[in-house]
Design a protein around this ligand. Structure first.
Ligand code: FES
Length: 578
């Protein structure tokens, strides 16, 4: 360890060291909590941002896991300070956690700014918690290490493996088609989430924690360890030990989160068969770090990096538990070394290349080689055209290949309730060639860009055996979803993007190989419709939603608040202490 800090230059010394009235207050209140001066004096104070709550099943173990982090911090000579942060339960929080990602990012940044802390362990994992905590820590730029919650165990029903999300959608369709009983449905409900931990498919949680690791913000291998594995406890304690050293080394996110580190993350995301949500979060995080990453960077990586993680929903069999046993993320990265910048520094203080020494793959069907991938191109494709001038996204590896080139008539819904009602109508005028459209579901329109993008197949078609069709929206979709779903259409319809101009029966042409999506309607007609278009009513007259709709960026810009972006203004000063 190369020590760059000493006790006098610790940030927390501003609170504890001076011989003045305020510092007297800080010291006496620490003693009120039962801590003797020996326990904090001259030691790095380590914040633990814990996103545990009673409404957060994916982080249930954080209630006690935090003690393992504290053990590591104490062992390394630090002083732990647990600070509860917004929990953002993907399951329970409505209307969508994406509405609150930036609120947690602000929570994290301001918790760190306002408290006497020198470094931080970020405890998250459930979808938005990872980007949110990293966004806040990036802006605050104190030494930070990310502790992923870890995936839950495989689901089980009648001896069959169940995958989070993916099998919920699958068996819901089977039930609508009358192929499973009510009792079966309840048993699936009980068997699909068997332990604490995050969704164990390659959903947004597994994608984003893998991204955190590939940027260099977690210990090597941390993102793949199942939550219920004893290795997860050891990793938690080690994260506590390591953050204390990072404070002395002054190893900040800025030194880790270079452009090359984000390029590594994009490459890994492609090889993992990532969730489409990765695009939004990575763009936001890179921009906070001062790196101009955009949709084109994903498109470039997508053309050259194949999907080699055979994990559902891009793969057809395995789950994150299998991925861990097969060698986890270090195993996967060892197979795409040629695409990675191996000299990037990570939280270990070593380079990515050094961390990967000895990484192996133990199951070649779960983690494939570049020469024998599960999908030859990357997981995502960015499409542009007159329907999405600023881009939209499809996950070709998770849809029926026949839809990669398609022309069909539009069937448009302006909101989710009207679509939900129509979808069960046995007389709905729809065929499997139609392009189902949901609008007003973007960042402002949703609001918060809910995960509605995997629009349900009309029940009439489900009964005919149809399980995929082209669906188009300015919404997001869960990383556990699948199908020919085109998402994140930008600019969104709620602010007058071209999606707002589509009418029932208009022809829409999609060509994934050419990366295009177009509305086959003459420009003169579109101009007429544009002139007639009226923005839907404002949803919020006050409160957080009011602020959200005024400041949220579009999907292709990462959905950050404009005022939180690094380039918005001068850096925020350290708090005054008087
Ligand atoms: Fe928490 Fe999926 S619901 S990770």
């Amino acid at each position: 360890m190369t020590k760059k800090k000493n006790p006098e230059t610790l940030r927390s010394a501003r609170w504890f060291a001076p011989d003045d009235l305020r510092a007297f207050g800080h010291r006496s209140r620490a003693m009120q909590m039962g801590y003797a001066p020996e326990e904090w004096k001259d030691r790095p104070v380590i914040a633990i941002l814990n996103t545990w709550s009673d409404a957060q099943p994916c982080h249930m173990h954080f209630k006690t896991r935090v003690d393992d982090v504290k053990r590591g911090i104490l062992m390394a000579g630090g002083f732990p300070m647990e600070l509860p942060a917004l929990s953002l339960s993907e399951s329970f929080l409505k209307p969508t956690t994406m509405l609150y990602r930036n609120l947690l990012a602000m929570d994290a940044e301001e918790l760190l700014r306002g408290h006497p802390v020198d470094g931080v362990v970020l405890m998250g994992g459930c979808d938005k918690t990872t980007p949110a905590l990293l966004l806040g820590a990036t802006s605050m730029n104190l030494p930070a290490i990310y502790l992923p919650a870890g995936p839950m165990l495989r689901g089980n029903w009648k001896g069959k493996t169940l995958g989070s999300g993916s099998d919920a959608w699958k068996y819901w369709d089977e039930r609508r088609a009358g192929k499973i009983s009510d009792k079966d449905w309840v048993d699936v409900e009980a068997g699909i989430a068997r332990s604490y931990g995050t969704c164990m498919t390659m959903g947004t949680a597994s994608t984003m924690t893998a991204i955190a690791e590939s940027i260099g913000m977690t210990l090597p291998g941390a993102s793949s360890i199942p939550a219920a594995d004893a290795g997860h406890i050891r990793m938690s304690s080690e994260s506590g030990r390591r953050i204390v050293e990072m404070v002395w080394e002054d190893l900040t996110p800025q030194k880790i989160q270079t452009r090359e580190a984000f390029e590594n993350a994009i490459v890994v995301a492609m090889a993992m068969g990532c969730s489409t949500n990765a695009i939004i979060h990575l763009i936001a995080q890179a921009r906070r770090a001062g790196q101009d990453i955009g949709l084109d960077d994903f498109e470039t990586a997508s053309r050259k990096v194949p999907v080699i993680a055979n994990v559902r929903p891009s793969g057809d069999t395995y789950l994150m538990e299998d991925f861990f046993y097969a060698g986890g993320l270090p195993g996967l990265m060892s197979r795409i070394r040629d695409h990675l910048h191996l000299d990037c520094v990570t939280v270990t203080g070593k380079t990515l290349g050094e961390n990967l020494k000895g990484a192996e793959v133990y199951n070649h069907d779960v983690i494939r080689t570049v020469a024998d991938p599960i999908y030859a191109e990357g997981a995502l494709a960015v499409l542009k055209g007159n329907l999405a001038p600023d881009g939209c996204v499809i996950k070709p590896s998770a849809c029926e290949p026949r839809f990669l080139k398609h022309t069909g008539p539009a069937l448009v819904f302006d909101d989710y309730p009207s679509m939900k009602k129509a979808i069960d109508d046995p007389d709905l005028d729809v065929t499997s060639d139609h392009v189902l459209i949901l609008r007003n579901a973007g960042p402002q329109g949703g609001p918060g860009m809910p995960e509605w993008g995997m629009l349900p197949i009309p029940t009439k078609l489900v009964k005919q055996g149809i399980r995929d069709m082209v669906r188009l929206s300015d919404a997001r979709m869960s990383g556990t979803s699948y199908g020919a779903c085109i998402l994140h259409v930008s600019p969104e319809s709620y602010i007058g993007g071209p999606l707002a101009l589509v009418r029932n029966g208009d022809r829409i042409t999609l060509d994934v190989a050419a990366r295009t999506i177009n509305l086959d309607v003459a420009e003169a007609e579109l101009a007429k419709r544009r002139a007639e278009w009226k923005q839907p009513e404002t949803r919020f007259e006050r409160g957080y939603g009011w602020m959200f709709t005024r400041h949220i960026r579009q999907a292709n810009e990462g959905c950050d608040f404009d005022f939180l972006e690094t380039a918005f203004g001068a850096p925020v000063d350290e708090p005054s202490i008087y």
